[in-house]
Write a protein that binds this ligand. Structure first.
Ligand code: ARG
Length: 461
């Protein structure tokens, strides 16, 4: 019955209203496998400290194995009366090994140190899963960059044509934030490498349990330094939620561009049929739903982070039941990304880029004006004058409805004696891109180096 873990001092069980509010098995059941692993380690620590005989330990471990299998194949389920995963599993163990032995397992531990440890274990496993999915996305972007190595597109600022760039350079620009997200997980993982097991309810335990033994068995490098911090802090959960939200934001920025590129007006991409959707009424429609869902789900990921931070704000030490609210948001963020990322990567991997259309638009909007100004600077005109001269050139071209390279020699000379006919040498998008060969620039030689640096960064993680 509910309250089985703490019935002694109570005259009766909890009211149905309380039981309904208090219940968490519908979400914390995800921790069941981790709870059982924790119990195995704890049982060994109890035996090492002399609280279980060798036979009792063997019986306990065998019982936990049986329970683990029953949880795995769904034969053991939380009952209506179980408050949380921890209480349900104690009930399950007692069903298998009896009250006498089963009742010994809980000595020296609390659900407070348990749950703090188990959530860390779950997050560490999913950090690895999500990181692999992010690497897949980076690989898909890099493969598209390689397949469209020479393509030039209009680079934009303020969504206006600014300067031509290599499509590869633009795609790699979406890779670097994702690389940093991977590095964020690696860095987070160092901080998450401490086990709260043994912290007890808040103050530690009196039984001389070897918490390092438990930590090592559960894959942690060390034990937390402070039992109150171990049971009451959730900054690591919030930090994990931040990383997932940041990934969501990184995806949504790329998603927004794909949505734009996919419009008739841009015409830069065609999405593969198997990664687009149709309309129930308009037979002609082919919609970029994956990109839109990515953009939409970034809001949900941010909401999970802000909800969690709001829960934590002002919470006194040590454990408070509010902390149970850490799990649903972060579990949802995990589920969201683990479903979204494979679809998003599939969409990227199968996109067709219309590089002719991009190249056609790349010089439009006077995007080579900076090249003219910098060409003048190379001929020792001050940048201030060069900017002014080029600005006049743009004004004249705009008034005549011409492009910069279409202005004839006499008109050029009239604007400035510095504008000799050779200026046309810089008025090609290929020339413009090739000349931007400073470090981190869009010149093909630099982009090739960048690609190598990206691959190296991803593979040192
Ligand atoms: N289910 C709780 C949680 O997720 C752990 C139980 C701690 N309960 C308590 N009354 N101390 O945080």
């Amino acid at each position: 019955e509910a309250g089985a873990l703490w019935g002694g001092r109570f005259a009766g069980g909890p009211s149905p209203e309380l039981a309904r509010l208090s219940k968490s098995t519908h979400f914390d059941w995800q921790l069941a496998g981790y709870d059982i692993r924790g119990s195995r380690a704890h049982a060994r620590a109890l035996a090492a400290a002399g609280y279980l005989t060798e036979d009792e330990l063997a019986g306990m471990l065998a019982g936990l194995d049986t329970l683990d299998e029953a949880v795995d194949d769904g034969r053991f389920q939380p009952s209506a009366a179980d408050e949380d995963v921890h209480s349900a599993l104690e009930r399950g163990l007692i069903d298998i090994v009896g009250t006498e032995l089963g009742g010994k397992l809980r000595a020296g531990r609390s659900r407070n140190d348990q749950v703090a440890t188990l959530v860390r274990m779950l997050l560490r496993d999913h950090a690895a899963v999500i990181a692999r999915l992010v690497v897949d996305l980076i690989d898909a972007l890099a493969a598209q960059a390689e397949a469209n190595e020479t393509a030039i597109m209009p680079g934009r600022t303020h969504l206006q044509h600014a300067q031509p760039v290599l499509l590869a350079h633009h795609l790699f620009a979406h890779c670097w934030p994702l690389v940093r997200d991977l590095e964020r997980f690696t860095d987070w993982n160092k901080r998450a490498n401490f086990s709260p097991y043994g912290s007890g309810a808040l103050a530690g335990n009196t039984l001389g349990l070897d918490a390092t033994l438990i930590a090592t068995e559960l894959g942690f490098g060390a034990v937390v330094e402070n039992s109150i911090d171990g049971t009451a802090s959730r900054d690591l959960v919030a930090e994990f939620a931040y990383i997932t939200a940041q990934i969501g934001i990184d995806l949504s920025r790329l998603a927004e561009e794909i949505i734009l590129w996919n419009t008739r007006e841009f015409g830069f991409v065609t999405l593969h049929d198997s990664y687009s959707t149709g309309s129930s009424i308009m037979p002609q429609k082919k919609n970029p739903d994956i990109a839109e869902l990515a953009r939409g789900k970034s809001g949900r990921l941010i909401g999970n982070l802000t909800g969690l931070l709001t829960t934590l704000k002002g919470l006194p030490l040590a454990y408070n039941r509010d902390l149970q609210e850490d799990k649903e948001p972060v579990f949802d963020s995990i589920e969201t990304l683990e479903v979204l990322l494979p679809a998003f990567t599939g969409m990227i991997a199968t996109i067709t880029f219309h590089t002719d259309r991009m190249a056609e638009l790349a010089p439009q909007g006077f995007s080579l004006a900076t090249d003219v100004a910098e060409w003048l600077v190379k001929r020792h005109v001050s940048f201030r004058d060069a900017h002014e001269i080029t600005g006049t050139l743009v004004k004249v071209a705009e008034a005549k409805g011409l492009d910069l390279h279409e202005i004839d020699d006499a008109q050029l000379a009239e604007i400035s004696p510095h504008l000799v006919p050779e200026v046309r040498e810089v008025l090609t998008i290929q020339g413009s891109v090739n000349r931007r060969d400073g470090q981190a620039g869009t010149a093909p030689v630099r982009v090739a180096e960048q690609r190598a640096a990206l691959v190296a960064r991803v593979h040192t993680l």
